[in-house]
Design a protein around this ligand. Sequence first.
Ligand code: 3H9
Length: 716
Amino acid sequence: MLRILAANHAKETHVSESSPVRLEKEGDIGVIVVDYPPVNALGPGVSDGIIDALNRGNADPDIRAMVLIGAGRSFIAGADIRGFGTGRKRASIGSRTYDVLDASPKPVVAAIHGFALGGGLENAMACHYRIAVPSAKVGLPEVQIGILPGGGGTQRLPRLAGPKVALEMITSGRHVPAPEALRYGILDEVLPEGTDLRTSAIAFARRVADRRPLPRVRDHAVQVDDPGMFDTMRKSIARRARNQKAPYHCIAAVEASCTLPFDAGIVRENELFNELENSDEARALRYAFFAEREVAKLPDLGEVKPHDFHAPAVIGAGTMGGGIAMSFADFGYDVKIMDANEQALDRGMERIRANYATSVKRGSLAHDEMERRLARIHPVGGYDEIKDCDVVVEAVFERMDVKKPVFARLDHVMNPDALLFSNTSALDMDALAAETKRPDKVAGTHFFSPANVMKLLEVVRPANASPQTLATAMAMGRRIGKISAMAGNTDGFVANRSRAPFNSEMVILLEQGCLPEQVDKVMVDFGYPMGPFAVGDLAGLDIGAEGRKRRAAADPKYRKLPIADKLVEMGRYGQKTGAGWYRYEKGDRTPHPDTEVAAIIRQVAGEMGVPQHNFTDQEILRRLLFSSVNEACRILEEGKAYRASDIDVMWLHGFGFPRYRGGLMYWADGIGVREVYNQIAAWHQQFGERWAPSRLLRQLAETGTPFRDAKPAPFR
Ligand code: 3H9
């Protein structure tokens, strides 16, 4: 049903009561407003609403041209991702918004602010003109959720921007800023800063209202300068796209734009899209997309507004402290950094400079941007100089007796409102908070190494932290480009605690007959960028040895790892000493399998009297990952994490778990909770206590409840 909300000779609004799209008349221009918060995804009724408004605009003799615009913070963020894989009804080619916009006899101007992504940009490209505000971003990010642009994007973008740009944009999914999109020809005009988009779009529509023929992207020719570019792209993505279909289908679809007429290209795009929508990879990537948004929600803390922070400080200019300071500087914050003595501070600043210089050398950072970032990092000589900062991240040596006095001192010097965060990766946050008279303003902010690169920020929640402190720590992470996830205050917190059994199991596998290179190959084939032994060599084996010593001292039942200890005793610390689990040639980071390591493994296994076994790839994979699934269940049953999907987010962004497998728990759900339980129970019989199934795992198996639906204990 239509009703007229407002009517005067200048502006009338027609809106169907339930439609998220309305047609407003501004004199001779029809303005089609998509109003479907929060980001105007093409949810239920949006596409039909656009078509309906367009038809009415075309039928109205007073309207000469139309504007398509989004209400709220964005143009259109793309198809509704929640609708994929649900068997939703899809319009057929010829009757989709893209087709109807393209065929409109009156010109339509897309007016873009915020984001025009996926189906949003595809609709914009089906319009006859596109204008944008300078802060707008456009892109076809479908590959990141395991599909391809299925609304004509793979055929129209090459016609507008050329196949080379289209290939790069579609295979990366990158959001392209409006000024860059203008250079590529994707936009017709970027408005001057501060101009009102709607007013300008209406004026633009009036200017072009009578121009004929209408410029239709489908009529452009595709200019192919380098026919070899498709194979070159296939080769260049081979490593990062292994085990995945979508990136290759994206290439094939863009290639089709160069070899087929427009309509046949659209049919080909549709076929390729249909092969992807329900693939395992697309399902896992959609799950990851929503898990990353869910992780920001703190369900038991109520509506709480984070503090605004402006002046961060970092204590400790070591590798972690330096990386944390860089994270602040990278996102525009002036940050103070201090250390116990001047030499350490100088060394820290040198390391920061060298890290930035490496990025400049690699071409990922412009030289003047490096200078700007460096200028934001202010080394300071003492606590007096940071006392006015509003958040402090402590990153001093990882020992309680070193951290406690730092916290006591900070509490003494800092403004009473300042928040005190610690980058500890395992120490008891309650004990640190107890050093202060403001335990409500203390929390853990555990960065992963290298801190300026890794996306995960684990926010650790001590018993007395206020909701606002926790919300601020979470928001701080997001402001500096991290994905913040809340963890309980338990040994190793959530990420490292859930990973710890994997770390033990990989060395125990060696005792039983595996070699490091065999385990690494299985994990790389599974999708990790590097195998766990190669990662160990990169991080330094001495670091893990410290942790094992501490745990063995605290727990007489602690499962020792004699092979790993032996390597460290021999001074094989990894890449930095030229030998670890692998050997390294001077100046080269390539790991080479080492017969000396194989001999040590045989010798220790012999001394321990462990029976030797030939492992299949699946056994290796499951031994490593199931051990962690079991521990993750313990974490949930103890109420140390909110959701199984939070643990998945931690594994994706803290440990390089392949995103197209969703995360540890999602992957385990793919196997099935009963099968996981049965295997763990069998290994419990075979290997003893370390494989005892957790209570939650048993419950889930008994009731056939997937991990993703597990109800953890209330957070504590
Ligand atoms: C596509 O278009 C296929 C086509 O080729 C057509 C094929 C036929 N759907 O991220 P935020 C929700 S595929 C459903 O926190 P931000 C999101 O879950 C699509 N929901 O905001 C969250 O909900 P909640 C291609 C969506 O400002 C809320 O909106 N497009 C969608 O940090 C706020 O999101 C994409 O892949 C969606 N498309 O970032 C773009 N988008 O509040 C995906 C968002 O309940 N979206 N939501 O947790 C994004 O990248 C970001 O959301 C965006 C805004 C950059 C737009």
